[in-house]
Structures are given as structure tokens and as C-alpha cells.
Design a protein around this ligand. Sequence first.
Ligand code: BT5
Length: 316
Amino acid sequence: MNDTRRAVLDALADGPIGGPALAERLGVSRAAVWKHVEALRDAGFEITSASDGYVLDEVPEFGGPAVEYGLDAPFEVEYHDSIPSTNDRARALAAEGAEDDVVLADEQTGGRGRLDRAWSSPTGGVWLSVVCRPALAPSRVSLLTVAASAAACGAVRKTGVDARIKWPNDLLVPDPDAARGGRKLAGLLTEMEGEAGKVSWVVLGLGLNANVAPDDLPPDATSLLGERDGDPVDRRVLTQRFLERFDALRTDPDAARDAWREHAATLGQRVRVTLPSETIVGDAVDVTDVGALVVDTGSERRVVHAGDCEHLRPAE
Ligand code: BT5
């Protein structure tokens, strides 16, 4: 959304305002105001013209302008009803030089997990990717994953669902009957490009099973809809909360790590971490300042930067 359109919405949010007053406030013509109001109506905003001016009656349930409306973070949101993968689209935007763009979709037809696994993305989810250009060394990019998982967990918990972070990139809802002690609610896919020790861009993909029926998801997955007994969440507010919190945490590693620890399910667990060349079993005792897991194997402490992590039952 361009700045003037955002300013039109801000003005409408403050109450009825006439066309001439709006034009004066924004320093544009009355015809330009009318065009912006029409475009907003096309985007699903219900704006009526009363005797005392334009009134904003309703904000759309979801979409780019809906998420940008009132958003306290510097992101521009490109919305798609359906797209193969928001990460692929965000990578293309990043290659063109984008920064702080968010690609958001209601459905993905080719959603990806890590290691080219498929990510099931039916309609009703929050599937999004953020293009970042952080001033970070490549070895510290995992800080963004820490910030994003803490932000996603915080946003989810505000919907009343008791989510926890499973290192490195999952949100789980604890469930002792589930094979892994919990059911997967969300996952993160961080991709980057850089050279000569410098990051060019990072694309942070979040897949969050929001208003999706658990039956439409793989086994051992869950959704906010399922956890809330069929009561859908406000995806606009959920997405805004995630983006605002992520924006605050991405430049504050200490706060990100504290928030991560507060919601971590992995710390204190016995874990099995599968790496390309070996498997490590031990107690997860800490997370480093860049989000690497510290595993105490009994004979040594290993620092693990990436890998698939299983929470083991104490006997395993
Ligand atoms: C992840 O991979 O958890 C990262 C998922 C990232 C998805 C987002 S959606 C927006 C953006 N655009 C994309 O194309 N991707 C990102 P991983 O840890 O590899 O987990 C993948 C595994 O989770 C699969 O092999 C399934 O077992 C399981 N899975 C697939 N879809 C799921 C879902 N919707 N909910 C829970 N689990 C799922």
C-alpha cells in the first residue's frame, strides 16, 4: 500500500472525515482522495459516505491492506489468495532488491519445508515470508529464526493456545499422546543469500496452521482452529502481532533469546539431533546467543547449529 493510501486509512480510523478535509490533511486533490477511497473499497474496506464525511465501517478479514492497516512495523504486504510458495515469491522480490516486503497467502499449492520436504498449506492458514536485509554476518542469521519463532509463539499464545517452541524451527502444542510429545502447529523456513562473509538477503518463511481443519493436515499436526474447538482466529490481528513482535526482536538479540527461552519446550529435554553426518543424543541444556542448541551428551557439551531434533521420552 502506498503512503498516501495508508494515510487515508489512518485518517478514516480517527472518525468521520469529509473529502475536502482529507484532501487538505494529506496535501492531495479531492479527486485523488476519491480514487484512494475507491481503491480501498475494492480491497474490501467498507467505507460509507455520511453527511459528516467518510466513515470506515469494516476492515476486511484478511489480505495485504487489511494487515497493513494499523500495523506498527515497516512492512509492505503483498497478498495472494493462492500461490505456489510465498518463500519462492519472496526470494524473487529479494533478488530484485526488496527489503521489508512480506508475501502473504491464504493457500499455497507448493509450500516447502526444510530439505525440500512438502509443507501442506490449505486455505485458512497464515503462510507468509518476510524479506530482510540484516546487518549480520552469515553465521548470525539464525538470530532471525530465534526472533521469528519467539514472535510467532507470542502471537499464538495471545489466541489462548498453549504453544511451545521446539528447536530449531517448530511450534508445538504439547500432547502426551502424540508420538513426539506434541503436535506441530507451525514451522519456519529461513533461506539466505550472501557472499564474502556478508548477507545479501534473508527470507523468513512462517507456516502457521490457523483456521485450517486438523483433518486437512498431516498426522501429528494441529491448528488453532482445532485447538480452539472450531472457533476461528482473527488472522489479520494474528499476522500483525507476529510482524510487530518480529520487528522488535530482530534487532534485539538479547530480548529475542529471552523470549525464546521463555517459550522453549526443548530446554531440559532429552533429545536426539540428526545431523547429515551423525546423530547426537543428550540433554538439551542451553541455547547460544545465535540460537544454536547446546546438548550435554554425558561426556561432552556439543553446540548444534542445525539439524532435526526429536524430543525423547526419558527411557529412550
Ligand atoms: C518446516 O519444515 O517446518 C518449515 C515450514 C515452512 C513453511 C512456510 S509456509 C510459508 C513459506 N513458504 C513456503 O513454501 N514455506 C514457508 P520441516 O521442519 O522440514 O517440516 C516439514 C514436515 O512437517 C513435513 O515433512 C511434514 O511431516 C510436516 N508438515 C507438513 N505440512 C505441515 C503442516 N501444515 N503442519 C504441520 N506439519 C506439517
